[in-house]
Design a protein. Structure first.
Length: 351
């Protein structure tokens, strides 16, 4: 999404219109999930992808037509076994793609693009609203920020509360209007507690797969930009006490506890279990983890809360080096993120 928004902003600065393709429904094993985007500029340059192969070629052709007609359409693409066998990028399934002409010369549209660009820059959660009237002759847009501020106008019948609960793109049918709601910056924040060797490897991986990556430690010589050039944010604390007063933790937070010692790990874990974090993982041997869990039980922490913890952290791949451990952890985080975004009841500890 970052690449797409940056390209939007560049084109808006030059008042150049573009076509925008968005996967709004996916079923089966089509290559990209709902929310995947591809921008097609006037000169044919593209940013992003909706899946590659024949799907992308067909969407690009439609985007060129939409650019000339200055309207919008929703197109369904279905791929059978024969289609899947003929190309590497498609495994079968069906997608619905919204393709629209966007004019950043329109002041309202320009304001929304500017709002998107700012949100991506500071990793602010926002929801992009695309409004398609009956007949789908053209689209309009709005942007909802996490505090409820709206840029543009929501259609009648769509409440802010409905918008803010969306974790995945969704289409909503209102009276004579189809609305597509797309969460932006809901890919998760990786809060990595500890700035040692494992954290250094992990931060590079979490950033690469789309997590907003925050490294937290109480040692400035470790939690530094030189050691963590990939981190989006580095937080140096006086101590690991009172963390919820210093950090924002919500259901899209992925907590990774890899501090330098048993006591710090337990302190961070005890505090994070009082939050709504979507994922909590702690490094350590099974014996160490069980000792910490038993101490929490003795303090009255309910068993269902303890079961939230992924410990020992990571997918079991016999990892030994910091880099291998980082791969193990980020793989587990990717899996849990997908489950959370799908509102899958199977979310939870699987070790």
């Amino acid at each position: 999404m970052e690449q797409i928004v940056q390209k939007m902003f560049e084109l808006a600065a030059r008042h150049e219109p573009f076509s925008l393709a968005t996967v709004i429904v996916r079923s089966g094993s089509a290559p990209r999930s709902a929310g995947a985007k591809m921008l097609v500029a006037q000169d044919g340059e593209i940013a992003g992808t909706v899946g590659g192969g024949i799907l992308e070629a067909q969407v690009r052709g439609l985007a060129a037509r939409i650019f000339k007609e200055r309207n919008a359409t929703i197109q369904s693409f279905q791929f059978n076994g024969k289609d899947a066998a003929s190309m590497d990028a498609i495994c079968g399934g069906q997608v619905e793609v919204l393709i629209e002409w966007v004019d950043p010369g329109n002041p309202d549209t320009a304001a929304i693009i500017q709002g998107l660009e700012h949100a991506v820059e500071i990793h602010q959660k926002v929801w992009l609203i695309t409004i398609l009237p009956g007949g789908i002759s053209a689209t309009t847009h709005a942007l909802v920020q996490g505090d409820g501020t709206i840029i543009g106008n929501l259609p009648t019948g769509l409440s802010i509360e409905i918008v803010l609960e969306k974790r995945m793109p969704d289409r909503i049918e209102l009276d004579q209007v189809l609305v597509v709601v797309e969460p932006v910056n809901i890919t998760g924040t990786a809060l990595i507690f500890g700035a040692g060797h494992v954290s250094r490897s992990l931060a590079e991986f979490t950033r690469a797969v789309g997590f907003w990556t925050v490294v937290v430690d109480d040692r400035p010589e470790y939690a530094s930009r030189e050691r963590f050039p990939w981190a989006d944010q580095i937080v140096v604390l006086d101590s690991f006490a009172n963390l919820t007063d210093k950090l924002q933790v919500d259901q899209d937070s992925f907590i990774v506890i890899v501090t330098r010692g048993h006591l710090n790990d337990q302190s961070v874990l005890e505090q994070m279990l009082k939050t709504r974090a979507g994922y909590i993982g702690m490094i350590g041997s099974r014996r160490k983890c069980e000792l910490i869990f038993q101490d929490l039980r003795d303090k009255g922490v309910p068993e269902e809360e303890i079961r939230r913890v992924h410990a020992p952290i990571g997918i079991p791949i016999h990892a030994e080096t910091p880099e291998e451990i980082g791969v193990s952890i980020v793989a587990e985080m990717i899996r849990e993120r997908a489950l959370l975004q799908q509102d899958n009841p199977a979310v939870g500890k699987t070790n």
